[in-house]
Design a protein around this ligand. Structure first.
Ligand code: SF4
Length: 350
């Protein structure tokens, strides 16, 4: 068994839909963030040191060289020949729409780039930007919008200085999906003041609003952040590995099977990671999640309790085979094909 026997992964979906492996290449297009430059707030989120997810350091290389190096790195371990340009670092809709179009289009002109995934904040996505993304989709490109929500609790969002609330997320999530743009929402487990009741409620809220993909992350303490100071003073305790695995499995079980997991954990580079140490061991966490789901005899969607969103819309949105729990059956009862070789590599392509 592999993790993909228990979880509907994004890579698995791409393989089934397109008949070949497609990987994300993470890009830094040189954006900044309105929660850092004063437009929405200053200082940024308390946990954010953008180097924790920026592979290129403070001076990004050109998109061409990032694509080339990403392609080479992926080619070393997979046979993928097609890629999604993943605009990951900072807030990738923080520019006027003409500038966004030029950047995104630049990536899409490469012969082996078959789509875009655009990561951003919920309060920084204009209707024009959504129209732009919807237009690429109409041209036949794969397009995803990735929204960092992290928690559905405004109190938590204030506490970590996110600079937006659930309201902004709800508005953009609905507007994106109304345009047919698939939405991947990021949630963090282990935020200050939260416990499993918050994780469950945040997931339920996201599912109720409507979502197509999820990323789960443990909260990392990285250098040069407010959270690092709180951690040093003993004001913040990170989740332990076993706690994270248990909570992640709980959320996976509650997530309907048609929703794709783009990630179920996250890593930070060792040179900036302060705690928890296990966050640097991605495979240990992935294996732990697989083993825990096997131990429970469960899988994604087995506790989704009839949360199966608009099946016909799903078919038209993705045009492919998706697993949907129906008629109150658990996902496990639905016999959805759930296999894909070496899926874990794809899960963590980005
Ligand atoms: S919105 Fe993203 S880039 Fe901006 S401060 Fe928060 S985590 Fe960092």
């Amino acid at each position: 068994m592999a993790l993909s026997d228990y979880i509907h992964t994004f890579g698995q979906y791409l393989f089934e839909r397109h008949g070949e492996r497609i990987h994300k290449i993470a890009l830094d297009a040189g954006f900044t963030c309105p929660n850092r430059d004063g437009a929405k707030g200053v200082g940024g989120c308390t946990f954010c040191n953008n180097n924790s997810f920026n592979p290129n350091g403070p001076e990004p290389q050109t998109l061409e060289s990032q694509c080339d190096s990403g392609r080479r790195a992926i080619a070393k371990r997979t046979r993928a020949k097609k890629f999604i340009a993943y605009f990951q670092a900072y807030t990738n809709t923080y520019a006027d729409v003409a500038e966004l179009d030029a950047l995104y289009r630049h990536a899409l002109t490469r012969h082996d780039i078959v789509g875009l995934s655009v990561g951003t904040r919920p309060d920084c996505v204009s209707g024009e930007a959504l129209d732009l993304l919807a237009g690429y989709r109409e041209e036949g490109f794969i397009v995803w919008l990735e929204l960092g929500l992290q928690s559905a609790f405004d109190e938590t969002l204030r506490r970590v200085n996110r600079g937006h609330g659930l309201k902004e997320y709800r508005e953009v999530a609905v507007a994106a999906r109304q345009r047919g743009i698939p939405l991947c929402t990021h949630l963090i487990l282990g935020l200050p003041g939260e416990d499993e009741s918050h994780y469950h409620a945040s997931l339920d809220t996201v599912l109720d609003i409507g979502v197509d993909g999820l990323k789960l992350h443990p909260l990392h303490v990285v250098k040069h952040t407010v959270l690092a100071n709180q951690w040093r003073r003993g004001e913040y305790r990170p989740l332990q590995r076993e706690e994270y695995i248990r909570h992640a499995c709980d959320l996976i079980e509650r997530t309907p099977e048609h929703i794709m997991f783009h990630r179920v954990t996250g890593t930070a580079s060792k040179d900036i990671l302060l705690a928890p140490e296990w966050c640097s061991q991605k495979w240990s966490v992935l294996n732990g999640i697989e083993q825990e789901l096997a131990r429970r005899g469960s899988r994604q969607g087995c506790l989704a309790q009839g949360r199966f969103m608009e099946a016909t819309d799903r078919t038209s949105l993705f045009g492919g085979k998706v697993g949907i729990a129906v008629d109150g059956k658990s996902a496990a009862e639905c016999q959805v094909p759930f296999r894909h070789p070496a899926e874990e590599e794809i899960l963590y392509a980005a």
